[in-house]
Design a protein around this ligand. Structure first.
Ligand code: AR6
Length: 178
């Protein structure tokens, strides 16, 4: 499923964030310590191996809404952008902090001259952010950035279940095709 926004291709797929072999940078739904954890962070660190923690350790800790970039050892991508989403009900303002993750990730991708970025649904797992509201916040944040993107031409969301993908599809139809 694909949408367009200011000439940027917006893609939506069900899958695993570690399997995006046609994407320059994948985004990690990280923890503050940038260590292996569960969910997305666990999958990325398991695939990348200990080389990744050697690279992330000097960059930690990061704050909610912050994004940092590393290489992508043993993954088919050039970079990993690690974002710390807000813990829902704890880190406030939640919407702004979540939007900051997406904005910050796109800024880093632009600075590195990357063409494509793939996001998971940051904060919607262990951090408890409601999926539909997260989809709205994330897609609005990306839409607002599309006008200023130069190197980035494709933004992909990778959802872990069909249900999550379909929910995003409904939200994206109203945000990107409005
Ligand atoms: N590919 C794509 N999406 C995935 C994958 C995957 N391999 N695995 C899970 N998801 P989470 P958070 C979905 O918990 O809420 C970690 O333990 C998942 O279904 O990974 O930001 C870290 O160490 C959910 O919709 O990230 C942190 O402590 C979404 O990705 C904490 O969890 C995000 O789930 C971060 O929590």
């Amino acid at each position: 499923m694909a949408f367009q926004a200011n000439g940027i291709e917006i893609e939506l797929t069900r899958g695993d964030i570690t399997q995006q072999d046609d994407i320059d940078a994948i985004v990690n739904a990280a923890n503050a310590e940038l260590r292996i954890g569960g969910g997305v962070a666990g999958a990325i660190h398991r695939a990348a191996g200990p080389e990744l923690e050697a690279e992330t350790a000097p960059l930690a800790p990061i704050k909610p809404g912050e994004a940092v970039m590393t290489s992508a050892p043993n993954l088919p991508n050039r970079h990993i952008i690690h974002c710390l989403g807000p813990v829902y009900g704890v880190d406030e303002p939640a919407d702004t902090l979540l939007a900051n993750c997406y904005r910050g990730a796109l800024d880093l991708a632009e600075e590195a001259g990357l063409e494509s970025v793939a996001f998971p649904a940051i904060s919607t797992g262990a951090f408890g952010f409601p999926m539909e509201r997260a989809a709205e916040v994330a897609s609005r944040a990306v839409l607002a950035k599309t006008g200023e993107l130069e190197s980035v031409r494709r933004v992909r969301w990778v959802l872990f279940s069909d249900e999550d993908r379909m929910l995003h599809e409904g939200v994206f139809e109203s945000i990107f095709n409005a």
